[in-house]
Design a protein around this ligand. Structure first.
Ligand SMILES: Cc1cc2nc3c(=O)[nH]c(=O)nc-3n(C[C@H](O)[C@H](O)[C@H](O)COP(=O)(O)OP(=O)(O)OC[C@H]3O[C@@H](n4cnc5c(N)ncnc54)[C@H](O)[C@@H]3O)c2cc1C
Length: 507
């Protein structure tokens, strides 16, 4: 059996597929001697899990001419992202924002609106229709690319064979020369609180509530918690977010941006208890009671709510897969251990997406899915872990790519900062939507962009330009000297770049 090189840390993974890598690797002796562990199996590659990682990988494998199967136990393709994650949450975020805007933000625009009412049932239906359309679209793409879709729960029988308990009853067994595990993640439970998806909910319950709760407490002020807090606060719930850390948004969000986001969301009506921990929960009555106290210890208080959302994070999921039967290595945080080519300690079994290392993001899973197929088919693949954007789809949105100021300081890297507020941007002014700013961080010596951080309307679209700049190793001057259309929000992006290497014009 080929010996896998196990990563010692996430930084090993970040080096996957350097720019110089692919063509040189293709000719390397290591690639020439690589063989499949077993020949003449039913499938060239089997994906276990039909989420973004699994379905994208399966489509790519089909396109590469590999005989491919994808096993999915949900009965629907698309995984967390399409069914209970990115897509339904964005549907609710978009429509709750519209509702909130019609209620509170039309008069000054010269639009008098009559009786505005929430039809929650219809809002949920619109969400469900978007989800159904997209999941059916993936099934169509499977057919188009010759992928066999097997509806059921897969479990390893041995290193090459997977038994599937079919959704419609019965069992089948398939063999693969290569098997890719893409079984995703699940909500990390909050100790002492039992999830019933009615009173004590995860994000899955939060996208399907049948009525607006009078009060909601969100445990965890990360991206998922804040997106759901926004939805239900806009729809009329009195929402309190309890966060252990001293800032919202999680550790990746730049501190300046997180401070602004906190201020803006608080102004919108969300209450925050930062630096606070939940010590005990009681969901035995109609009302859920939570004991909270300062994270560093201190005065206790009890919060009450009709609904408590647990949003303290997600953890890799691979229950029932039988990894222990074949000896696949899993670390202390339940991540399946892989090397730079996504191989486990059993080389023809690889892993991509949420159930292994790296940020739990759909686009990261997608990149890995394409790369893993390239590794299987060609022996080389590429994911730049230094240029994976993050977006929080509140209003305003928050988006970033690369490193934040704290990370640069901790690494002892000298940097320049340039920023530009949307209050000075003509399009934001005409849109009457001026909250936020764009902030660039570039290397003090070379001006190479190290990080881009945005809070503002459409930040999630604008960050694509920052990601491209980072991917191509651009300097802030490169961006500043690139013509941007007028009047656009993207001009704030250009001006922030100008402020980094020289001076902004309009501020
Ligand atoms: C509320 C919410 C909002 C989110 N919003 C965003 C966002 O805006 N942008 C973003 O980038 N990310 C977002 N995410 C994260 C994103 O959904 C995940 O990163 C992404 O879905 C990971 O893809 P995956 O394929 O690795 O795993 P999953 O999507 O979890 O797919 C794994 C699939 O494997 C199946 N499976 C598991 N075990 C077996 C088995 N034994 N046999 C067969 N099938 C099996 C599961 O049923 C599942 O469908 C969000 C997540 C949540 C919860």
């Amino acid at each position: 059996m080929q010996k896998a090189i196990l990563p010692t840390s996430r930084s090993v993974l970040r080096t996957v597929g350097s720019r110089a890598g692919p063509s040189s690797l293709r000719r390397s002796p290591q690639w020439q001697i690589r063989t499949y562990a077993s020949e003449a199996k039913d499938y060239d590659v089997i994906f276990i899990g039909g989420g973004v990682a699994g379905y994208v990988g399966a489509i790519k494998a089909g396109q590469e001419g590999l005989k491919t199967a994808c096993i999915e136990k949900r009965g629907m393709l698309g995984g967390t992202c399409l069914n209970v994650g990115c897509i339904p949450s964005k549907s609710l975020l978009n429509n709750s924002h519209l509702y909130h805007q019609i209620l509170h933000d039309t008069k000054k625009r010269g639009i008098d609106v009559g009786d505005v009412k929430l039809n929650l049932k219809q809002m949920m239906k619109a969400k469900d229709e978007s989800v159904a359309g997209l999941t059916k679209g993936v099934e169509f793409l499977f057919k188009k690319n010759g992928v066999d879709y097997i509806k059921g729960a897969g479990a390893f029988v041995n290193e090459h064979e997977v038994a599937v308990n079919l959704v419609d009853g019965g069992q089948t067994q398939i063999k693969g020369k290569n098997i890719v595990i893409a079984t995703g993640s699940e909500t990390t439970p909050f100790p002492g609180l039992t999830i019933d998806e009615k009173k004590v909910i995860t994000s899955t319950g939060a996208i399907a509530l049948e009525q607006v709760p009078k009060r909601m407490v969100v445990i965890g002020g990360g991206i998922i918690g804040l997106e759901m807090a926004s939805v239900w606060s806009r729809l009329g719930s009195d929402v309190t977010v309890v966060e252990f850390l001293g800032q919202i948004g999680g550790p990746g969000m730049d501190a300046d941006i997180a401070k602004q986001a906190h201020k803006i969301l608080a102004k919108q009506g969300i209450k925050f208890k930062l630096g606070t921990k939940v010590t005990k929960g009681d969901a035995s009555g109609d009302i859920v009671k939570l004991d909270v106290e300062a994270a560093k210890g201190g005065k206790q208080e009890t919060l009450e709510a009709e609904v408590v959302l647990c949003a303290i994070g997600r953890r890799p999921y691979h229950e029932g897969l039988g990894l222990e039967n074949i000896g696949v290595e899993v670390d202390e945080r339940k991540r399946i251990v892989i090397d730079q080519e996504y191989r486990t300690n059993i080389p023809h079994i690889r892993v991509v997406g949420d159930c292994t290392f790296g940020p739990m993001l759909a686009h990261k899973a997608e990149e890995e899915a394409v790369a893993v197929v390239e590794f299987i088919k060609h022996g080389t693949g590429h994911v730049n872990y230094g240029a994976i954007p993050s977006v929080m789809y509140t209003h305003p949105e928050v988006a970033w790519v690369g490193q934040n100021e704290k990370e640069l300081k901790d690494a002892g890297i000298k940097y320049n900062v340039g920023s530009f507020p949307f209050t000075a941007n003509s399009r934001a002014k005409t849109n009457l939507d001026t909250d936020g700013m764009v902030k660039f961080l570039s290397d003090a010596e070379t001006d190479r962009i190290l990080g881009v951080h945005i809070i503002g309307a459409n930040a999630g679209e604008m960050i694509a330009e920052g990601t491209l700049a980072l991917e191509y190793g651009a300097s802030s001057e490169d961006v500043a000297r690139t013509c941007h259309a007028h009047p656009t929000l993207a001009e704030a992006f250009k001006e922030a770049a100008m402020a980094t290497y020289s001076k902004a014009i309009h501020f």
